[in-house]
Design a protein around this ligand. Structure first.
Ligand code: NAP
Length: 307
């Protein structure tokens, strides 16, 4: 007979793993599906300083692993697979994946968000040859070299700070003249002598020929085009949710995120969403964890009402 889980959780970041912890402790049968490594975005963060309980901070990778271990301890099942579809039929809520189909009575969608591409010539061509979306993973390749960071949000500024540990200079290129990042991040970046800022500027092209050697940039105020010599460029121009497989099933907002109630319920009974994939989520690890726990409590209530 086919296994029908009480709950399937899509995504193994703070939202999914917290949901997994709560449903497992509620003694519901649950399966968590994750295509990459546990921890989601924070797994690629060198040092997490704003997750309560770790006054000295903690490596993002380690935090993800600890969340995973805690959920597993209470019986959460996990499978490594990519979700490709979701369907509702007489079998239940059917999650289609690269490893086959899994069926549940309730689903918590916590697939998080992926880094945006900048969409300029050279970006695809030099991926892994100087173009990166992960300073934690690739920063050490640029010892005593000049690198650029593109973006002005928390990710760009935080990762620029990290890169100063390796690079001789970090040039932060932002399309406006004001950072979007939090005050604390800004203060630290402005105080760091290794970080240089190029304001009001966008990258038009990443140039080689064999690997990244420079950038063609344009000042958006003056229109002046110039070149910047760098050996690497780290792109932090926001994140997008992976919700293509939900098109036609759930109404998404203009950013393709999932609207929910305060209880993390979507418009379809028994389908919940939590974390960065959710409309209006504050997009922090701690809020994602809270949303995951809330979704789990709502799923538990939903299942009880179904009985
Ligand atoms: P974000 O806050 O959306 O910032 C994206 C940055 O990229 C913005 O500065 C934006 O410029 C710029 N940008 C977007 N599209 C661009 C383009 N086509 N060309 C040039 N620049 C472009 O993304 P994020 O920094 O990845 O942060 C995502 C969420 O995670 C946020 O809520 C953030 O607070 C959170 N986060 C928190 C921490 C932390 O607390 N330690 C660390 C990392 C991330 P504009 O400013 O002009 O829009």
């Amino acid at each position: 007979m086919e296994t029908v889980y009480d709950v399937i959780i899509i995504g193994g970041g703070p939202a999914g793993l917290s949901a997994g912890l709560y449903v497992s402790r509620a003694r519901l049968s649950a399966l968590l599906i994750e295509k990459g490594i546990f921890g989601g975005q924070i797994a690629n963060t060198e040092h997490v300083e704003n997750y309560p309980g770790f006054p000295d901070g903690i490596s993002g990778y380690e935090l993800g692993q600890l969340m995973y271990q805690q959920a597993e301890k209470y019986g959460l099942e996990m499978v490594a697979a990519e979700v490709t579809g979701l369907e509702f039929n007489e079998r239940g809520k059917v999650v289609e994946t690269s490893e086959g189909e899994f069926v549940a009575r309730a689903v918590i969608i916590a697939g998080g968000a992926q880094p945006n591409r900048l969409g300029v010539p050279g970006e695809e061509e030099f991926l892994g040859k100087g173009v990166s979306y992960c300073a934690t993973c690739d920063g050490a390749f640029f010892r005593e070299q000049v690198v650029a960071v593109v973006g002005g949000g928390d990710s760009a500024v935080e990762e620029a700070m990290l890169l100063t540990r390796f690079a001789s200079k970090v040039i932060l290129i932002h399309r406006r003249n004001q950072l979007r990042a939090s005050r604390l991040h800004q203060e630290r970046a402005f105080a760091n002598p290794k970080i240089e800022f190029i304001w009001d500027t966008v990258v038009e092209e990443i140039t080689g020929p064999d690997k990244v050697r420079g950038l063609t940039v344009r000042n958006v105020r003056t229109g002046v085009i110039s070149t910047v010599e760098v050996s690497g460029v780290f792109l932090y121009v926001g994140l997008h949710p992976e919700t293509d497989y939900l098109r036609g099933l759930l109404t998404l907002d203009e950013e393709r995120r999932i609207p929910t109630t305060q209880g993390m319920e979507t418009e379809i009974p028994g389908i919940f969403a939590a974390g960065d994939i959710r409309k209006n989520s504050p997009r922090q690890a701690i809020t994602a964890a809270g949303e995951g726990a809330t979704a789990a409590l709502s799923a538990e209530k939903y299942l009880m009402e179904q009985q």
